[in-house]
Design a protein around this ligand. Structure first.
Ligand SMILES: Cc1ncc(COP(=O)(O)O)c(C=O)c1O
Ligand SMILES: [Zn+2]
Length: 437
């Protein structure tokens, strides 16, 4: 493809620009240890979004990926780019039992009936539980991995050979850690996973089975406020580890591959579902990266549903930021008010949806913007709604998603009275239920 579809990165906060050809451009060049309030966003053409028919979304939508533009700008041929995706995907499938694939997106008649939707409207479920490592998280990480392997193969990496590779690092004890460990194992790259002392032993055993190096992070007396896992992760990155993480401000390249899920949904709805477009999209929000990418994918299709970012009342920093941003000049200019709008939730409670208890919504800016310019809003679900959503979602669809995975549905249940029966709404069930959940 001749037209560059991703022209580069620009920081939503300071306006710094980064060329798409630049390797290892994980963070805004103006970000420092003391000032992390920077957020690179892709400068992306709104092109007619035409996915090919390939079952692998990273092949079908390859020309729209920033990674593909990066590789092309550094002289890698189209054939070599496609071959790299296929090769790594084959390696991933050996470890994961499944390669990257377009996941099902269908109207659930039983769930639509249970929630009182009419035949014209209804609830469409994107079932992401069968994706690599059981959730959408591997999509985000795959473009970081492709970036690394590309840089390595064309001689842009500063390390001499595989043995000198710096380790990958992530702070997570859930789906993102599984995804990171799965991809790292596929390409035999060392991975350090920073976890809290109370992490689920089933998850830790799974990570160790994938040969990840699990690093427990008790709070140290000298630690500043905030999550000790994040402190240890950042220290490792400062010492040279590669941020293999699903938080845009730590590694913007995760924002690239995450959009494949939005592209799939947008294309599917436009091509396969007769009648009007989707009215609303409910996405469960922890770091906000998932919602930011999904709606960015829709935005590129030219048809944007109203975005509802769903959190639980145990931890809702995004809803707070939304209210404050609206008082301070509006959601679209929220980036200029980071400190006034977004800071860690003081008293994180408990929730069965424990994958979305991030005390800070790191990728809050694109989510608030998309809700602002697309007439959406945040939703804070109660714990009863979280529990009910999982029971209802699993029993009506047969999809074995975790509480975190069905939390978007909890938001739909919370907002149900404000939604017309003929509206068309979508939720993503991501995060397969593991034995301990
Ligand atoms: C299944 C599932 N859904 C949604 C999320 C939220 O994604 P994000 O942290 O990008 O907001 C997570 C995060 O852990 C998750 O595991
Ligand atoms: Zn910046």
């Amino acid at each position: 493809m001749d037209i560059p579809l991703a022209a580069g990165w620009t920081c939503a906060v300071c306006g710094a620009r980064v060329d798409i050809a630049k390797p290892f451009s994980w963070r805004c060049p103006k970000a420092t240890e003391a000032d992390r309030h920077h957020a690179l966003q892709l400068v992306q053409a709104i092109a007619p979004l035409r996915g090919g028919d390939d079952p692998n979304p990273f092949v079908a939508f390859r020309p729209y990926l920033a990674w593909d533009n990066f590789a092309a700008a550094n002289g890698m041929t189209e054939m070599a780019r496609t071959a790299l995706v296929r090769q790594v995907d084959t390696d991933v499938a050996i470890v994961a039992g499944v390669g990257f694939h377009v996941t099902p997106f269908d109207r659930s008649d039983a769930l639509s009936d249970a929630l009182g939707f009419s035949a014209d409207g209804g609830v469409w479920i994107k079932d992401e539980t069968g994706q690599v490592a059981g959730s959408h998280k591997a999509r985000h990480l795959f473009t970081i991995l492709l970036h690394l392997l590309t840089a390595e193969s064309i001689g842009l990496a500063p390390w001499a050979d595989d043995a000198d590779r710096p380790p990958l690092a992530i702070a997570s004890c859930g789906n993102a850690a599984y995804a990171a460990a799965t991809l790292a194992a596929a390409v035999r790259w060392r991975l350090r996973v920073f976890v809290p002392p109370n992490a689920d032993p089933v998850v830790l055993a799974g990570l160790r089975e994938l040969r990840a190096e699990v690093v427990e992070c008790p709070r140290r007396p000298s630690d500043p406020a905030g999550d000790p896992c994040t402190h240890r992760f950042r220290e490792a990155v400062a010492e040279g580890a590669i941020p293999f993480t699903v938080q845009g401000p730590e590694n913007a390249w995760c924002l690239d591959g995450g959009r494949t899920i939005g592209w799939e949904m947008a294309r599917h709805f436009e091509e396969r579902v007769p009648g009007p477009p989707l009215d609303r999209l409910f996405i469960q929000v922890g770091a906000g990266t998932f919602a930011a990418c999904t709606i960015a994918g829709f935005r590129m299709s030219g048809v944007m549903p109203r975005l509802h970012a769903v959190q639980t009342n145990s931890c809702a920093p995004l809803a707070r930021a939304w209210d404050l941003a609206r008082q301070l000049g509006g959601p679209v200019s929220a980036a200029t008010h980071w400190s006034e709008c977004m800071w860690p939730w003081e008293h994180v409670g408990e929730s069965a949806a424990d994958g979305i208890l991030d005390d800070e919504t790191y990728d809050w800016i694109p989510v608030v913007r998309a809700m602002g310019d697309g007439n959406g809003s945040p939703i804070v679900a109660s714990e009863a709604q979280v529990l009910h959503a999982n029971e209802l979602g699993r029993s009506t669809t047969g999809i074995d998603a975790s509480y975190t995975g069905t939390a978007g549905l909890a938001g739909l249940i919370a907002a149900r009275d404000d939604i017309g029966p003929s509206e068309r709404v979508a939720v993503v069930f991501s995060g397969v239920r593991r034995s301990s959940q």
